[in-house]
Design a protein around this ligand. Structure first.
Ligand code: ZN
Length: 271
């Protein structure tokens, strides 16, 4: 794992376990931790946290349901508030689910580490005198992808909705959608204000303009896929024919997700 300081108050802990990024926001009322990687990483995460602060973990925020973002929720002792979008909590409390959802991790005694604070649209939470803003802009990667904004330092995180600069995995079991993805990202671009830096779910922090260009990437991708479908092409043809203009060449359209994304959009367009 490597710990990167983005600001006096914010650290990104990435790498180490093929996990999602974990954030430490050092609020005056304690540490706000965003995402907890896979199960079994709690001690390693705490070891990194203790190199920068002795404050207790006051709040965990899960960007979404997946095992690589909620896995170590129960490894920090009692945390007063564990926060997520209401649809992500619903996914985590399913009677049965595929492993990616991580519902099996929150049975019996460990149910106490399920999120206990949820939001539906927008919400502001205080940790001491520090404010954290939460937003939901619609379905994409799942139907419960939360956006977290730290307004005092102008930083946002959107979990795996902006997981990397490329075509995303779509979790259809949990309400993910290819055909609405571009609109959801466009709503985020329109709805997030006063943000200079956007931290991706799995890679690094990017300047705000990269999220704006990510919205354009998705708009172009959808236009290309739907035009190909109209023209009677197969998903494989449409996948192989996609190309990006120069100013978007830092975005990737590659397997294992590219053909699946195209196939799913074909299916959704036919409904
Ligand atoms: Zn995910």
């Amino acid at each position: 794992m490597s710990l990167e300081q983005l600001d006096d108050k914010l650290y990104v802990l990435n790498g180490g376990c093929m996990c999602g990024n974990t954030l430490f926001y050092i609020a005056d009322g304690g540490v706000v931790m965003v995402d907890t990687k896979v199960a079994g990483q709690g001690d390693a995460i705490l070891e990194q946290l203790r190199t920068v602060t002795d404050k207790p973990v006051a709040m965990i925020i899960n960007t979404h349901t997946h095992f690589d973002h909620t896995g170590s929720n129960g490894e920090f002792g009692a945390v007063e508030r564990i926060v997520t979008h209401e649809n992500a909590r619903r996914s985590l409390t399913k009677d049965s689910c595929s492993p990616v959802t991580n519902c099996e991790a929150f049975r019996g005694d460990t149910a106490q580490y399920l999120p206990n604070v949820t939001f539906s649209d927008t919400e502001s939470l205080m940790v001491g005198s520090d404010r954290i803003d939460l937003f939901y802009f619609g379905p994409g990667h799942t139907d419960g992808d939360a956006w977290i904004v730290f307004p005092d330092i102008r930083v946002a995180m959107g979990g795996d909705l902006f997981g990397a600069k490329g075509v995303p995995f779509i979790d259809t079991e949990n309400g993910g959608t290819a055909i609405e993805y571009d609109e959801t990202i466009a709503r985020a671009v329109a709805g997030l204000e006063n943000v200079d830096t956007v931290i991706s779910g799995h890679v690094q922090a990017y300047p705000w303009d990269d999220l704006v260009r990510y919205a354009e990437f998705h708009a172009r991708l959808e236009e290309h896929i739907l035009a190909g479908r109209e023209a009677g092409k197969t998903p494989e043809q449409v996948t192989s024919e996609f190309s990006l203009p120069e100013h978007l060449n830092d975005f990737g359209f590659a397997e294992p997700f590219a053909t699946n994304f195209v196939r799913l959009m074909f299916e959704e367009a036919a409904r």
